[in-house]
Design a protein around this ligand. Structure first.
Ligand code: ATP
Ligand code: MG
Ligand code: MG
Ligand code: MG
Length: 571
Protein backbone atom coordinates (compact mmCIF):
# COMPACT_ATOMS: atom_id res chain seq x y z
CA UNK A 1 0.00 0.00 0.00
CA UNK A 2 1.11 3.52 -0.81
CA UNK A 3 -0.14 6.26 1.48
CA UNK A 4 -0.70 8.68 -1.45
CA UNK A 5 -3.21 6.23 -2.90
CA UNK A 6 -4.85 5.38 0.37
CA UNK A 7 -7.28 7.25 2.59
CA UNK A 8 -5.60 8.69 5.64
CA UNK A 9 -7.38 11.50 7.43
CA UNK A 10 -6.26 12.11 10.99
CA UNK A 11 -7.83 14.67 13.29
CA UNK A 12 -6.22 16.89 15.91
CA UNK A 13 -9.24 16.79 18.19
CA UNK A 14 -11.60 14.05 19.23
CA UNK A 15 -15.32 14.81 19.30
CA UNK A 16 -16.42 16.13 22.67
CA UNK A 17 -18.78 13.21 23.20
CA UNK A 18 -15.94 10.66 22.99
CA UNK A 19 -15.47 9.70 26.63
CA UNK A 20 -13.14 6.74 26.38
CA UNK A 21 -9.64 6.61 24.91
CA UNK A 22 -10.41 4.06 22.22
CA UNK A 23 -13.32 6.13 20.93
CA UNK A 24 -11.17 9.28 20.88
CA UNK A 25 -8.18 7.62 19.24
CA UNK A 26 -10.14 5.61 16.67
CA UNK A 27 -11.92 8.77 15.59
CA UNK A 28 -8.74 10.86 15.52
CA UNK A 29 -6.88 8.16 13.60
CA UNK A 30 -9.68 8.07 11.04
CA UNK A 31 -10.67 4.47 11.73
CA UNK A 32 -14.34 5.05 12.43
CA UNK A 33 -16.88 7.73 11.61
CA UNK A 34 -20.13 8.08 13.47
CA UNK A 35 -23.40 7.92 11.54
CA UNK A 36 -25.79 7.81 14.50
CA UNK A 37 -25.56 6.97 18.21
CA UNK A 38 -23.73 3.64 18.45
CA UNK A 39 -23.61 3.24 14.67
CA UNK A 40 -20.34 3.74 12.83
CA UNK A 41 -18.75 3.35 9.44
CA UNK A 42 -15.59 1.30 9.64
CA UNK A 43 -13.25 3.48 7.60
CA UNK A 44 -10.52 1.78 5.52
CA UNK A 45 -7.92 1.75 8.32
CA UNK A 46 -10.45 0.51 10.87
CA UNK A 47 -11.71 -2.16 8.53
CA UNK A 48 -8.20 -3.54 8.11
CA UNK A 49 -7.99 -4.06 11.87
CA UNK A 50 -11.41 -5.68 11.94
CA UNK A 51 -10.53 -8.06 9.10
CA UNK A 52 -7.33 -9.11 10.85
CA UNK A 53 -9.25 -9.88 14.03
CA UNK A 54 -11.85 -11.77 12.02
CA UNK A 55 -9.18 -13.84 10.28
CA UNK A 56 -7.57 -14.94 13.52
CA UNK A 57 -10.97 -15.78 14.97
CA UNK A 58 -11.95 -17.67 11.81
CA UNK A 59 -8.68 -19.65 11.68
CA UNK A 60 -8.95 -20.77 15.28
CA UNK A 61 -12.65 -21.60 15.01
CA UNK A 62 -11.96 -23.69 11.91
CA UNK A 63 -9.03 -25.36 13.66
CA UNK A 64 -11.34 -26.27 16.55
CA UNK A 65 -13.68 -27.96 14.11
CA UNK A 66 -16.42 -25.32 13.94
CA UNK A 67 -18.12 -24.78 10.56
CA UNK A 68 -18.81 -21.34 9.12
CA UNK A 69 -22.19 -20.35 7.70
CA UNK A 70 -23.98 -17.01 7.53
CA UNK A 71 -27.36 -16.36 9.10
CA UNK A 72 -29.49 -13.33 8.27
CA UNK A 73 -29.55 -10.11 10.23
CA UNK A 74 -33.32 -9.80 9.86
CA UNK A 75 -35.13 -12.64 11.61
CA UNK A 76 -38.85 -13.44 11.83
CA UNK A 77 -40.59 -12.80 15.15
CA UNK A 78 -42.17 -16.29 15.09
CA UNK A 79 -38.87 -17.93 16.02
CA UNK A 80 -38.39 -15.48 18.86
CA UNK A 81 -41.91 -16.21 20.06
CA UNK A 82 -41.12 -19.92 20.04
CA UNK A 83 -38.13 -19.44 22.33
CA UNK A 84 -40.04 -16.99 24.52
CA UNK A 85 -37.51 -14.21 23.92
CA UNK A 86 -39.88 -12.05 21.86
CA UNK A 87 -41.34 -10.99 25.20
CA UNK A 88 -38.36 -11.72 27.45
CA UNK A 89 -35.60 -9.84 25.69
CA UNK A 90 -36.64 -6.30 26.52
CA UNK A 91 -35.86 -2.98 24.81
CA UNK A 92 -32.41 -4.01 23.53
CA UNK A 93 -34.19 -6.10 20.89
CA UNK A 94 -34.90 -3.93 17.85
CA UNK A 95 -38.25 -4.96 16.39
CA UNK A 96 -39.26 -3.95 12.89
CA UNK A 97 -42.28 -4.52 10.64
CA UNK A 98 -42.37 -5.25 6.96
CA UNK A 99 -44.91 -3.78 4.50
CA UNK A 100 -47.41 -6.50 5.47
CA UNK A 101 -47.12 -5.51 9.12
CA UNK A 102 -45.33 -8.75 9.92
CA UNK A 103 -42.91 -8.59 12.85
CA UNK A 104 -39.18 -9.08 12.51
CA UNK A 105 -36.13 -8.42 14.66
CA UNK A 106 -32.63 -7.24 13.88
CA UNK A 107 -30.66 -10.02 15.49
CA UNK A 108 -28.80 -9.30 18.73
CA UNK A 109 -27.69 -12.97 18.72
CA UNK A 110 -28.79 -16.07 16.80
CA UNK A 111 -29.83 -18.94 19.07
CA UNK A 112 -33.30 -19.11 17.55
CA UNK A 113 -32.27 -19.23 13.92
CA UNK A 114 -29.48 -21.73 14.47
CA UNK A 115 -31.74 -24.00 16.51
CA UNK A 116 -34.27 -23.83 13.68
CA UNK A 117 -31.49 -24.82 11.26
CA UNK A 118 -30.43 -27.69 13.51
CA UNK A 119 -33.92 -29.10 13.95
CA UNK A 120 -34.39 -29.15 10.18
CA UNK A 121 -30.94 -30.36 9.21
CA UNK A 122 -30.09 -32.88 11.87
CA UNK A 123 -32.02 -36.13 12.04
CA UNK A 124 -29.53 -38.64 13.38
CA UNK A 125 -26.91 -38.96 16.11
CA UNK A 126 -24.48 -39.65 13.27
CA UNK A 127 -24.61 -35.93 12.33
CA UNK A 128 -23.50 -34.90 15.82
CA UNK A 129 -21.52 -33.22 17.22
CA UNK A 130 -21.66 -30.11 15.07
CA UNK A 131 -20.68 -26.52 15.78
CA UNK A 132 -21.86 -23.76 13.42
CA UNK A 133 -20.57 -20.21 13.55
CA UNK A 134 -20.83 -16.96 11.69
CA UNK A 135 -19.25 -13.54 11.82
CA UNK A 136 -22.15 -11.19 11.38
CA UNK A 137 -23.52 -7.77 12.17
CA UNK A 138 -25.51 -7.61 15.39
CA UNK A 139 -27.92 -4.98 16.57
CA UNK A 140 -28.63 -4.25 20.22
CA UNK A 141 -30.50 -1.11 21.10
CA UNK A 142 -28.12 -0.35 23.95
CA UNK A 143 -29.32 2.23 26.43
CA UNK A 144 -26.04 4.11 26.50
CA UNK A 145 -24.19 3.61 23.24
CA UNK A 146 -21.55 6.18 24.02
CA UNK A 147 -18.24 4.37 24.00
CA UNK A 148 -17.53 4.05 20.29
CA UNK A 149 -16.94 0.47 19.18
CA UNK A 150 -16.73 -0.60 22.78
CA UNK A 151 -20.50 -0.49 23.11
CA UNK A 152 -22.03 0.01 19.72
CA UNK A 153 -25.65 -0.58 18.81
CA UNK A 154 -24.62 -2.07 15.50
CA UNK A 155 -21.49 -4.17 15.95
CA UNK A 156 -19.70 -7.24 14.65
CA UNK A 157 -19.79 -10.49 16.56
CA UNK A 158 -18.58 -13.98 15.95
CA UNK A 159 -21.18 -16.31 17.39
CA UNK A 160 -20.94 -20.08 17.39
CA UNK A 161 -23.46 -22.72 18.46
CA UNK A 162 -22.65 -26.32 19.29
CA UNK A 163 -25.07 -29.26 19.16
CA UNK A 164 -24.38 -32.54 20.90
CA UNK A 165 -26.01 -35.87 21.70
CA UNK A 166 -25.76 -35.58 25.44
CA UNK A 167 -24.55 -33.35 28.19
CA UNK A 168 -21.16 -35.00 28.46
CA UNK A 169 -20.39 -34.42 24.80
CA UNK A 170 -21.72 -30.87 25.04
CA UNK A 171 -19.35 -30.16 27.92
CA UNK A 172 -16.50 -31.42 25.73
CA UNK A 173 -17.61 -29.03 22.96
CA UNK A 174 -17.63 -26.24 25.53
CA UNK A 175 -14.09 -27.15 26.58
CA UNK A 176 -12.94 -27.13 22.97
CA UNK A 177 -14.30 -23.62 22.56
CA UNK A 178 -12.69 -22.54 25.82
CA UNK A 179 -9.34 -23.70 24.44
CA UNK A 180 -9.98 -22.07 21.06
CA UNK A 181 -10.72 -18.77 22.83
CA UNK A 182 -7.49 -19.01 24.80
CA UNK A 183 -5.65 -19.43 21.48
CA UNK A 184 -7.55 -16.58 19.83
CA UNK A 185 -6.87 -13.99 22.51
CA UNK A 186 -3.25 -15.10 22.81
CA UNK A 187 -2.78 -14.70 19.07
CA UNK A 188 -4.46 -11.30 19.13
CA UNK A 189 -1.60 -10.18 21.37
CA UNK A 190 -3.80 -9.04 24.25
CA UNK A 191 -3.40 -9.41 27.99
CA UNK A 192 -6.58 -11.18 29.04
CA UNK A 193 -8.12 -13.43 31.63
CA UNK A 194 -10.82 -16.09 31.41
CA UNK A 195 -13.28 -15.64 34.28
CA UNK A 196 -16.33 -17.49 35.53
CA UNK A 197 -19.38 -15.48 34.52
CA UNK A 198 -23.06 -14.93 34.85
CA UNK A 199 -25.26 -16.43 32.14
CA UNK A 200 -27.54 -13.38 31.88
CA UNK A 201 -30.54 -13.38 29.59
CA UNK A 202 -29.10 -16.07 27.31
CA UNK A 203 -29.63 -18.61 30.07
CA UNK A 204 -27.76 -21.83 30.68
CA UNK A 205 -25.68 -23.18 33.49
CA UNK A 206 -21.96 -22.83 32.81
CA UNK A 207 -20.25 -19.77 31.51
CA UNK A 208 -16.92 -18.00 31.11
CA UNK A 209 -16.06 -14.54 29.95
CA UNK A 210 -12.80 -13.54 28.33
CA UNK A 211 -11.78 -10.19 29.71
CA UNK A 212 -9.13 -7.89 28.29
CA UNK A 213 -7.41 -6.35 31.28
CA UNK A 214 -7.66 -2.54 31.20
CA UNK A 215 -8.17 0.10 33.88
CA UNK A 216 -11.01 1.58 31.85
CA UNK A 217 -12.94 -1.70 31.68
CA UNK A 218 -16.57 -1.70 32.81
CA UNK A 219 -16.30 -5.09 34.51
CA UNK A 220 -14.69 -5.99 37.81
CA UNK A 221 -12.86 -9.27 38.02
CA UNK A 222 -11.99 -11.06 41.22
CA UNK A 223 -9.07 -13.41 40.83
CA UNK A 224 -6.45 -15.34 42.65
CA UNK A 225 -3.12 -15.21 40.83
CA UNK A 226 -1.95 -18.36 42.62
CA UNK A 227 -4.92 -20.58 41.89
CA UNK A 228 -7.36 -21.08 39.04
CA UNK A 229 -10.01 -18.90 40.62
CA UNK A 230 -11.22 -15.92 38.58
CA UNK A 231 -14.78 -14.60 38.38
CA UNK A 232 -16.71 -11.59 37.19
CA UNK A 233 -17.97 -9.67 40.21
CA UNK A 234 -21.39 -9.80 38.52
CA UNK A 235 -21.53 -13.43 39.55
CA UNK A 236 -22.07 -12.12 42.99
CA UNK A 237 -25.69 -12.37 43.88
CA UNK A 238 -25.71 -8.85 45.22
CA UNK A 239 -22.50 -6.95 44.71
CA UNK A 240 -22.29 -4.14 47.13
CA UNK A 241 -19.90 -2.52 49.44
CA UNK A 242 -20.68 -1.17 52.80
CA UNK A 243 -18.66 1.46 54.36
CA UNK A 244 -18.89 3.60 57.38
CA UNK A 245 -21.01 6.60 56.62
CA UNK A 246 -18.84 9.53 55.69
CA UNK A 247 -16.18 7.35 54.17
CA UNK A 248 -18.29 6.08 51.37
CA UNK A 249 -16.72 8.28 48.73
CA UNK A 250 -13.22 7.19 49.57
CA UNK A 251 -14.22 3.59 49.43
CA UNK A 252 -15.97 4.08 46.13
CA UNK A 253 -12.74 5.24 44.58
CA UNK A 254 -10.99 2.35 46.16
CA UNK A 255 -13.21 -0.21 44.60
CA UNK A 256 -12.52 1.32 41.23
CA UNK A 257 -8.81 0.84 41.61
CA UNK A 258 -6.64 -2.13 42.47
CA UNK A 259 -5.83 -0.59 45.87
CA UNK A 260 -9.22 -1.49 47.19
CA UNK A 261 -8.43 -5.08 48.06
CA UNK A 262 -5.84 -3.95 50.57
CA UNK A 263 -8.37 -4.17 53.33
CA UNK A 264 -7.56 -6.40 56.21
CA UNK A 265 -9.72 -9.42 56.64
CA UNK A 266 -11.60 -10.06 59.78
CA UNK A 267 -13.38 -13.32 59.29
CA UNK A 268 -15.64 -13.05 62.28
CA UNK A 269 -16.60 -9.56 61.27
CA UNK A 270 -18.83 -10.99 58.60
CA UNK A 271 -21.37 -11.66 61.25
CA UNK A 272 -20.49 -8.84 63.57
CA UNK A 273 -20.90 -5.82 61.35
CA UNK A 274 -24.10 -7.16 59.95
CA UNK A 275 -25.67 -8.00 63.24
CA UNK A 276 -24.25 -5.54 65.70
CA UNK A 277 -23.50 -2.52 63.66
CA UNK A 278 -24.98 -2.49 60.23
CA UNK A 279 -28.61 -1.67 60.16
CA UNK A 280 -29.01 -1.00 56.52
CA UNK A 281 -27.24 -1.22 53.20
CA UNK A 282 -27.82 0.96 50.21
CA UNK A 283 -27.03 -0.22 46.72
CA UNK A 284 -27.43 1.71 43.50
CA UNK A 285 -28.84 0.01 40.49
CA UNK A 286 -29.25 0.79 36.84
CA UNK A 287 -32.81 1.52 35.90
CA UNK A 288 -34.56 -1.46 34.42
CA UNK A 289 -35.59 0.53 31.38
CA UNK A 290 -35.00 3.87 29.82
CA UNK A 291 -37.98 5.61 31.32
CA UNK A 292 -37.17 4.80 34.88
CA UNK A 293 -34.66 7.03 36.56
CA UNK A 294 -31.77 5.38 38.32
CA UNK A 295 -32.70 4.36 41.76
CA UNK A 296 -31.07 3.71 45.04
CA UNK A 297 -32.31 0.65 46.77
CA UNK A 298 -32.20 0.19 50.43
CA UNK A 299 -31.76 -3.19 51.89
CA UNK A 300 -32.54 -3.16 55.52
CA UNK A 301 -31.53 -5.79 57.93
CA UNK A 302 -33.68 -5.91 60.98
CA UNK A 303 -33.00 -7.47 64.29
CA UNK A 304 -30.35 -6.57 66.78
CA UNK A 305 -28.33 -9.72 66.72
CA UNK A 306 -29.85 -11.87 64.07
CA UNK A 307 -30.27 -11.48 60.39
CA UNK A 308 -33.81 -12.50 60.28
CA UNK A 309 -35.54 -10.00 58.13
CA UNK A 310 -34.59 -8.18 54.98
CA UNK A 311 -36.52 -5.32 53.55
CA UNK A 312 -35.99 -3.97 50.10
CA UNK A 313 -37.14 -0.58 49.02
CA UNK A 314 -36.42 1.87 46.31
CA UNK A 315 -35.50 5.51 46.32
CA UNK A 316 -36.44 7.34 43.13
CA UNK A 317 -34.73 10.15 41.38
CA UNK A 318 -31.06 9.32 41.65
CA UNK A 319 -28.67 9.72 38.82
CA UNK A 320 -26.54 6.73 38.00
CA UNK A 321 -23.29 6.92 39.88
CA UNK A 322 -22.25 7.03 43.41
CA UNK A 323 -24.00 9.97 44.96
CA UNK A 324 -24.92 9.12 48.48
CA UNK A 325 -28.45 9.43 49.65
CA UNK A 326 -28.85 11.94 52.43
CA UNK A 327 -30.23 10.86 55.78
CA UNK A 328 -33.39 12.77 55.05
CA UNK A 329 -33.93 11.13 51.69
CA UNK A 330 -33.52 7.71 53.16
CA UNK A 331 -35.75 8.52 56.08
CA UNK A 332 -38.42 9.83 53.74
CA UNK A 333 -38.28 6.72 51.60
CA UNK A 334 -37.91 4.04 54.21
CA UNK A 335 -38.75 5.53 57.53
CA UNK A 336 -35.40 4.71 59.05
CA UNK A 337 -31.86 6.04 59.22
CA UNK A 338 -29.00 4.36 57.50
CA UNK A 339 -26.19 3.01 59.58
CA UNK A 340 -23.78 2.35 56.77
CA UNK A 341 -24.26 3.05 53.17
CA UNK A 342 -22.29 2.96 49.98
CA UNK A 343 -23.19 1.74 46.54
CA UNK A 344 -20.69 -0.14 44.51
CA UNK A 345 -21.60 -2.03 41.44
CA UNK A 346 -24.18 -0.04 39.54
CA UNK A 347 -24.82 -3.03 37.28
CA UNK A 348 -26.11 -5.20 40.06
CA UNK A 349 -29.76 -5.99 39.52
CA UNK A 350 -31.22 -5.32 42.88
CA UNK A 351 -34.23 -7.54 42.41
CA UNK A 352 -31.90 -10.40 43.17
CA UNK A 353 -31.21 -8.94 46.55
CA UNK A 354 -34.88 -9.09 47.25
CA UNK A 355 -34.78 -12.81 46.67
CA UNK A 356 -32.02 -13.34 49.14
CA UNK A 357 -32.57 -15.41 52.13
CA UNK A 358 -30.65 -14.56 55.22
CA UNK A 359 -28.41 -17.56 54.72
CA UNK A 360 -27.34 -16.26 51.36
CA UNK A 361 -26.04 -13.14 52.97
CA UNK A 362 -23.06 -15.22 53.93
CA UNK A 363 -22.12 -15.26 50.31
CA UNK A 364 -20.55 -11.91 50.82
CA UNK A 365 -16.92 -11.32 51.24
CA UNK A 366 -16.20 -9.08 54.11
CA UNK A 367 -13.24 -7.09 55.10
CA UNK A 368 -12.27 -4.01 56.99
CA UNK A 369 -9.65 -1.36 56.60
CA UNK A 370 -8.84 1.86 58.35
CA UNK A 371 -11.92 3.46 56.77
CA UNK A 372 -14.36 1.01 58.18
CA UNK A 373 -16.06 -2.12 57.03
CA UNK A 374 -16.20 -3.39 53.54
CA UNK A 375 -18.62 -5.95 52.35
CA UNK A 376 -18.52 -6.98 48.76
CA UNK A 377 -20.62 -9.66 47.28
CA UNK A 378 -18.46 -12.04 45.39
CA UNK A 379 -19.83 -15.39 44.58
CA UNK A 380 -18.06 -18.43 43.35
CA UNK A 381 -17.35 -19.81 39.96
CA UNK A 382 -20.22 -22.09 39.19
CA UNK A 383 -17.95 -24.85 37.97
CA UNK A 384 -15.82 -24.84 41.08
CA UNK A 385 -17.17 -26.78 44.01
CA UNK A 386 -19.53 -24.55 45.99
CA UNK A 387 -17.67 -23.77 49.16
CA UNK A 388 -19.34 -24.22 52.48
CA UNK A 389 -20.63 -21.06 54.04
CA UNK A 390 -17.95 -21.46 56.65
CA UNK A 391 -15.28 -21.32 53.97
CA UNK A 392 -16.66 -18.21 52.42
CA UNK A 393 -16.50 -16.40 55.69
CA UNK A 394 -12.81 -16.92 55.72
CA UNK A 395 -12.24 -15.28 52.40
CA UNK A 396 -11.74 -11.68 51.65
CA UNK A 397 -10.40 -9.75 48.77
CA UNK A 398 -6.76 -8.92 49.64
CA UNK A 399 -6.37 -11.59 52.42
CA UNK A 400 -5.44 -14.97 52.26
CA UNK A 401 -7.64 -17.20 50.11
CA UNK A 402 -8.19 -20.45 52.08
CA UNK A 403 -7.15 -22.37 49.01
CA UNK A 404 -3.83 -20.52 49.02
CA UNK A 405 -2.65 -17.15 47.78
CA UNK A 406 -4.62 -13.93 47.81
CA UNK A 407 -7.61 -12.56 45.96
CA UNK A 408 -7.32 -9.38 43.94
CA UNK A 409 -9.53 -7.20 41.81
CA UNK A 410 -8.86 -6.01 38.28
CA UNK A 411 -10.89 -4.14 35.69
CA UNK A 412 -11.66 -5.84 32.43
CA UNK A 413 -13.42 -5.46 29.09
CA UNK A 414 -15.62 -8.41 28.12
CA UNK A 415 -14.48 -9.47 24.66
CA UNK A 416 -15.73 -13.03 24.62
CA UNK A 417 -18.39 -15.04 26.38
CA UNK A 418 -19.12 -18.77 26.24
CA UNK A 419 -22.22 -20.48 27.63
CA UNK A 420 -23.28 -24.03 28.20
CA UNK A 421 -26.97 -23.88 27.25
CA UNK A 422 -28.15 -27.44 27.76
CA UNK A 423 -31.60 -27.86 26.25
CA UNK A 424 -32.94 -24.33 26.87
CA UNK A 425 -33.42 -23.55 23.18
CA UNK A 426 -33.48 -27.06 21.73
CA UNK A 427 -36.38 -27.99 24.01
CA UNK A 428 -38.36 -24.83 23.29
CA UNK A 429 -37.90 -25.25 19.54
CA UNK A 430 -38.04 -29.06 19.69
CA UNK A 431 -34.67 -29.69 18.11
CA UNK A 432 -34.53 -33.46 18.39
CA UNK A 433 -32.58 -36.23 16.65
CA UNK A 434 -32.77 -40.01 16.63
CA UNK A 435 -30.27 -41.36 19.14
CA UNK A 436 -28.35 -44.64 18.93
CA UNK A 437 -31.31 -46.49 20.44
CA UNK A 438 -33.57 -45.19 17.68
CA UNK A 439 -35.48 -42.93 20.06
CA UNK A 440 -35.80 -39.16 19.67
CA UNK A 441 -33.66 -37.08 22.04
CA UNK A 442 -33.24 -33.33 22.53
CA UNK A 443 -29.94 -31.82 21.43
CA UNK A 444 -27.63 -30.28 24.02
CA UNK A 445 -26.32 -26.85 23.08
CA UNK A 446 -23.61 -24.34 23.82
CA UNK A 447 -23.14 -20.83 22.45
CA UNK A 448 -19.96 -18.85 22.09
CA UNK A 449 -19.63 -15.13 21.32
CA UNK A 450 -16.68 -12.91 20.49
CA UNK A 451 -17.03 -9.15 20.18
CA UNK A 452 -14.96 -8.70 17.02
CA UNK A 453 -15.42 -4.94 16.78
CA UNK A 454 -15.16 -4.47 20.55
CA UNK A 455 -11.77 -6.21 20.47
CA UNK A 456 -10.34 -3.39 18.35
CA UNK A 457 -11.43 -0.86 20.98
CA UNK A 458 -10.29 -3.06 23.89
CA UNK A 459 -6.86 -3.45 22.31
CA UNK A 460 -6.55 0.35 22.30
CA UNK A 461 -7.78 0.73 25.88
CA UNK A 462 -5.01 -1.66 26.85
CA UNK A 463 -2.29 -0.34 24.51
CA UNK A 464 -1.89 3.38 23.94
CA UNK A 465 0.12 6.39 25.03
CA UNK A 466 -0.20 10.16 24.75
CA UNK A 467 0.75 10.02 21.06
CA UNK A 468 -1.89 7.51 20.08
CA UNK A 469 -2.60 3.84 19.55
CA UNK A 470 -0.03 1.05 19.96
CA UNK A 471 -1.45 -1.93 18.06
CA UNK A 472 -0.39 -5.47 18.81
CA UNK A 473 1.30 -6.48 15.56
CA UNK A 474 -1.21 -9.24 14.79
CA UNK A 475 -4.08 -6.78 14.38
CA UNK A 476 -2.36 -3.55 13.35
CA UNK A 477 -3.78 -1.95 10.19
CA UNK A 478 -0.24 -2.16 8.80
CA UNK A 479 2.66 -4.00 10.43
CA UNK A 480 5.27 -1.52 9.31
CA UNK A 481 5.39 1.93 7.77
CA UNK A 482 8.27 3.11 5.62
CA UNK A 483 8.87 6.84 6.03
CA UNK A 484 11.12 8.36 3.36
CA UNK A 485 12.94 11.56 4.29
CA UNK A 486 12.81 13.44 0.98
CA UNK A 487 10.79 11.13 -1.27
CA UNK A 488 10.18 13.93 -3.71
CA UNK A 489 13.78 15.16 -3.67
CA UNK A 490 16.10 12.17 -3.52
CA UNK A 491 16.29 9.38 -6.06
CA UNK A 492 18.53 7.38 -3.66
CA UNK A 493 15.93 7.56 -0.91
CA UNK A 494 13.15 6.58 -3.34
CA UNK A 495 15.09 3.57 -4.54
CA UNK A 496 15.99 2.37 -1.04
CA UNK A 497 12.38 2.72 0.08
CA UNK A 498 11.00 0.95 -2.97
CA UNK A 499 13.45 -1.91 -2.51
CA UNK A 500 12.60 -2.42 1.15
CA UNK A 501 8.88 -2.11 0.38
CA UNK A 502 9.03 -4.75 -2.37
CA UNK A 503 11.18 -7.08 -0.26
CA UNK A 504 8.74 -6.84 2.62
CA UNK A 505 5.77 -7.41 0.33
CA UNK A 506 7.48 -10.49 -1.10
CA UNK A 507 7.93 -11.79 2.45
CA UNK A 508 4.22 -11.29 3.13
CA UNK A 509 4.70 -8.33 5.49
CA UNK A 510 1.81 -5.87 5.53
CA UNK A 511 3.75 -2.68 4.84
CA UNK A 512 2.72 0.83 3.84
CA UNK A 513 5.04 3.26 2.09
CA UNK A 514 4.33 6.88 2.98
CA UNK A 515 4.98 8.65 -0.31
CA UNK A 516 2.90 11.70 0.61
CA UNK A 517 4.44 15.12 0.18
CA UNK A 518 4.27 16.14 3.84
CA UNK A 519 6.69 17.24 6.54
CA UNK A 520 8.41 14.46 8.53
CA UNK A 521 6.94 15.72 11.81
CA UNK A 522 3.41 15.49 10.44
CA UNK A 523 4.12 12.09 8.94
CA UNK A 524 5.53 10.69 12.19
CA UNK A 525 2.65 12.10 14.21
CA UNK A 526 0.15 10.43 11.87
CA UNK A 527 1.70 7.00 12.23
CA UNK A 528 2.14 7.33 15.96
CA UNK A 529 -1.53 8.21 16.25
CA UNK A 530 -2.57 5.38 13.92
CA UNK A 531 -0.39 3.08 15.96
CA UNK A 532 1.63 1.15 13.40
CA UNK A 533 3.95 -1.02 15.53
CA UNK A 534 7.12 -0.51 13.50
CA UNK A 535 8.45 2.51 11.60
CA UNK A 536 11.40 2.48 9.24
CA UNK A 537 12.84 5.89 8.40
CA UNK A 538 15.06 6.16 5.34
CA UNK A 539 16.98 9.32 4.50
CA UNK A 540 20.08 10.41 2.57
CA UNK A 541 22.12 11.05 5.70
CA UNK A 542 21.65 7.49 6.99
CA UNK A 543 22.03 5.92 3.59
CA UNK A 544 25.45 7.61 3.22
CA UNK A 545 26.55 5.46 6.17
CA UNK A 546 24.59 2.47 4.89
CA UNK A 547 22.02 2.78 7.69
CA UNK A 548 18.25 3.05 8.10
CA UNK A 549 16.38 3.83 11.32
CA UNK A 550 13.87 1.45 12.85
CA UNK A 551 11.57 2.46 15.66
CA UNK A 552 9.35 0.12 17.62
CA UNK A 553 6.19 2.11 18.47
CA UNK A 554 5.82 0.59 21.93
CA UNK A 555 9.42 1.40 22.93
CA UNK A 556 9.97 4.72 21.24
CA UNK A 557 13.76 4.25 20.85
CA UNK A 558 15.38 4.33 17.45
CA UNK A 559 17.65 1.51 16.31
CA UNK A 560 20.13 2.06 13.48
CA UNK A 561 20.16 -0.94 11.19
CA UNK A 562 22.37 -1.64 8.14
CA UNK A 563 20.27 -1.04 5.05
CA UNK A 564 20.81 -4.58 3.78
CA UNK A 565 19.40 -5.98 7.06
CA UNK A 566 16.20 -3.97 6.84
CA UNK A 567 13.90 -6.82 5.81
CA UNK A 568 15.35 -9.27 8.32
CA UNK A 569 14.96 -6.69 11.08
CA UNK A 570 11.31 -6.14 10.26
CA UNK A 571 10.60 -9.86 10.03
P1 ATP B 1 -22.00 -6.48 27.89
O1 ATP B 1 -22.01 -7.08 29.27
O2 ATP B 1 -20.76 -5.70 27.61
O3 ATP B 1 -23.26 -5.73 27.58
P2 ATP B 1 -23.03 -8.88 26.87
O4 ATP B 1 -22.75 -9.76 28.03
O5 ATP B 1 -24.38 -8.31 26.74
O6 ATP B 1 -21.94 -7.71 26.86
P3 ATP B 1 -22.91 -11.15 25.10
O7 ATP B 1 -24.35 -11.37 24.94
O8 ATP B 1 -22.16 -12.06 26.02
O9 ATP B 1 -22.63 -9.61 25.50
O10 ATP B 1 -22.26 -11.11 23.63
C1 ATP B 1 -21.00 -11.69 23.26
C2 ATP B 1 -19.93 -10.64 23.04
O11 ATP B 1 -20.37 -9.60 22.16
C3 ATP B 1 -19.55 -9.90 24.30
O12 ATP B 1 -18.63 -10.66 25.04
C4 ATP B 1 -18.94 -8.62 23.75
O13 ATP B 1 -17.57 -8.81 23.44
C5 ATP B 1 -19.71 -8.38 22.48
N1 ATP B 1 -20.69 -7.30 22.66
C6 ATP B 1 -21.84 -7.36 23.37
N2 ATP B 1 -22.50 -6.19 23.31
C7 ATP B 1 -21.75 -5.38 22.53
C8 ATP B 1 -21.90 -4.04 22.07
N3 ATP B 1 -22.96 -3.33 22.39
N4 ATP B 1 -20.93 -3.52 21.27
C9 ATP B 1 -19.86 -4.25 20.92
N5 ATP B 1 -19.67 -5.51 21.32
C10 ATP B 1 -20.59 -6.08 22.11
MG1 MG C 1 -25.10 -6.44 27.02
MG1 MG D 1 -21.65 -8.94 30.16
MG1 MG E 1 -21.74 -11.52 28.02
Amino acid sequence: MRASQYHINTLKEAPAEAEVTSHQLMTRAGMIRKIAGGIYTYMPLGLRVLKKIENIVREEMDRAGAIELLMPIVQPAELWEESGRWTEYGPELLRIKDRHQRDFVLQPTSEEVITDIARNEIQSWRQLPVNFYHIQTKFRDERRPRFGLMRGREFTMKDAYSFDRNEEDAQASYDRMYDAYMNIFTRLGLTFRAVAADTGSIGGSRSHEFQVIADTGEDLIVYNPDSQYAANIELAEAPCLINQRGNADASMQKVATPEMPKCAMVAEHLQRPLTDTVKSIVVTAEPANEDESAAIYLLMIRGDHELNEIKVGKLEGFERGFRMATDDEIKAAFGCSPGYIGPVNPKAPVTIIADHTVANMSNFICGANEDGFHLSGVNWARDLPEPEVADIRNVVVGDPDPRGGTLSIQRGIEVGHIFFLGDKYSKALQATFLDTDGKPAVMQMGCYGIGVSRISAAAIEQNHDEKGIIWPRAIAPFEVVICPMGWHKSETVRQACEKLYQDLKNQGVDAILDDRDIRPGVMFADWELIGVPLRVTIGDRGLNEGLIECQIRAEGQTHKVPVENGTTYVL
